[in-house]
Write a protein that binds this ligand. Sequence first.
Ligand code: GRF
Length: 207
Amino acid sequence: MTHQKRLNVAVFASGSGSNFQSIVDQMQAGKLPINMKLLICDRPQAQVVDRARSANVPVFLFRPQEYASREAYEQVILKKLHEHEVELVVLAGYMRLLTHVLVDAYAGRIINIHPSLLPAFPGLDGIGQALEYGVKVTGVTVHFVDGGLDSGPVIAQQPVVVSADDDAARLATRIHKAEHELYPKVIRWIAEGRVTMTGRHVQIERE
Ligand code: GRF
């Protein structure tokens, strides 16, 4: 049996946390060589906080309105990340844009998941935007985070076919299923050191 070092991960989330849960589940099943060091959350009432507590994952809760600026709370978050020796930041439904404070400190080590095939339908409600536009195929993208809105280099994408009778709820169910498969897989690739980047181009060394 090979003993590889486990990657220290922090998840940032603001909402239900179903992606956080899928990552924790895979880790607990022994399928993901990571340590879930920390959940960072900006909404004390979010369901993801309960999920973290049930999984014994430390939580750092903050209220953005209590800080003078976005940079000010990110400096505090950065200190927490360093204290927990976090190596990879995983955004999973974190409803805030990052500033240069985190983007620079963790350049190439922050990833996000978005519910569309980027660069189509960035920003809020990627699922609703795809339905409204009338595309026949949409999907899920995992990408590195840069300073822009859903604009960083693409790591992996998974298509989801839109049916004629889809409404937002039905399509969202299939999108979320795709997310829960794709995100842990990409995190495993990164933990195994198989993801490299040249400019905007991301290469995955296959198993
Ligand atoms: C997901 O659809 C993700 O793509 C988007 O926010 C949603 C988070 O869902 N960035 P959850 O909180 O993980 O359930």
